[in-house]
Design a protein around this ligand. Structure first.
Ligand code: ATP
Length: 277
């Protein structure tokens, strides 16, 4: 009944070096890492463990990456689930999954729990099922509320799970149930904004490490000229450029390959299909 289970990474292998262009206080994140590395020290000093951390921002800008980097830097297991995986019509399944997730993370503490798209499980009541019968609507709403209550119970009882940090991400903070945002549940909220030109360059540089880029490539041109591009899209750009380079039989990625990759990503699959004949 408790499937699907959280995906667990022994440790993520992601570090803060993999995260670029995000103007958030690294010290704030370092403190979480320090806590995960030595929870007993914090306890001895009487320092209250951090409760939960809410990462908020648009898609593809590095929320999951930041969460993974915290676990990776501390070298602790990372339990990941999406909010939508808790949404079930069957009574009690969602809350059982929450209990199971926290139990497994506590057994293997210190550890990190990460729920992506938390808004899917913790939205305030809306008329999403209004075209269905009242009974169905009520059952779905009630089930969702039971699941959310279970999450609140786990968060409130967090002292018993010392050494576990709960991270959640959303790009719709406005939809979240106010109960979840009450003091004590998330004691930190970190806003992750889309990268500016400097951030875009830093992100391109991080991802350039993973491909074979010719020394003559000037990434700053793309950083300047691709406003609105997320980290995910910029990472995709260099992957695409590598494919273009292979297709053009180049030994390494040239400036013209990156340019062609920009075209392909902006014009989209239609053009790609024509290109490929
Ligand atoms: P979503 O809301 O869609 O889940 P997200 O904010 O969690 O998005 P990630 O999953 O962290 O975004 O980003 C996807 C991928 O894009 C990352 O694995 C990474 O390769 C790249 N990426 C995104 N942001 C950054 C960044 N700030 N620095 C480096 N790489 C990034």
């Amino acid at each position: 009944q408790s499937k699907p289970q959280a995906r667990v990474d022994g440790s993520t292998g992601v570090s803060f070096d993999d995260v670029a262009g995000i103007e958030i206080a690294v010290e704030e994140l370092q403190e979480l890492v320090k806590y995960l590395k030595t929870p007993e020290l914090f306890d001895k000093m009487g320092i209250k463990p951090p409760h939960g951390v809410l990462l908020e921002g648009p898609p593809g800008c590095g929320k999951t990456l930041v969460a993974k980097a915290i676990a990776g830097e501390a070298g602790v297991p990372f339990y990941q689930m999406a909010g939508s995986e808790f949404v079930e019509v069957l009574v009690g399944v969602g809350s059982a999954r929450i209990r199971d997730l926290f139990k497994r993370a506590k057994v293997n503490k210190p550890s990190v729990i990460f729920i992506d798209e938390i808004d899917a499980l913790a939205t305030r009541r809306q008329g999403i099922f209004s075209d269905k019968t009242d009974d169905l609507y009520n059952a779905a709403t009630q089930e969702r509320e039971t699941t959310l209550n279970q999450l609140l119970i786990e968060l409130d009882g967090f002292d018993t799970g010392k050494g576990v940090i709960f991270l959640a991400a959303t790009n719709r903070k406005d939809l979240l149930d106010p109960a979840l945002l009450r003091p004590g549940r998330f004691d930190r909220k970190i806003r992750i904004r889309p990268p500016n030109a400097k951030g875009r360059l830093e992100i391109l540089q991080v991802h350039a490490r993973k491909v074979k880029l010719s020394d003559s490539v000037d990434l700053s041109v793309y950083a300047q000229n691709l406003p609105g591009w997320s980290g995910a899209r910029l990472a995709q750009l260099l992957q695409e450029a590598a494919l273009v380079a292979v297709r053009n039989k180049h030994d390494s990625i040239l400036q013209s390959d990156v340019g062609e990759a920009v075209d392909r990503l902006t014009v989209g699959p239609k053009r790609l299909a024509l290109d490929l004949g």
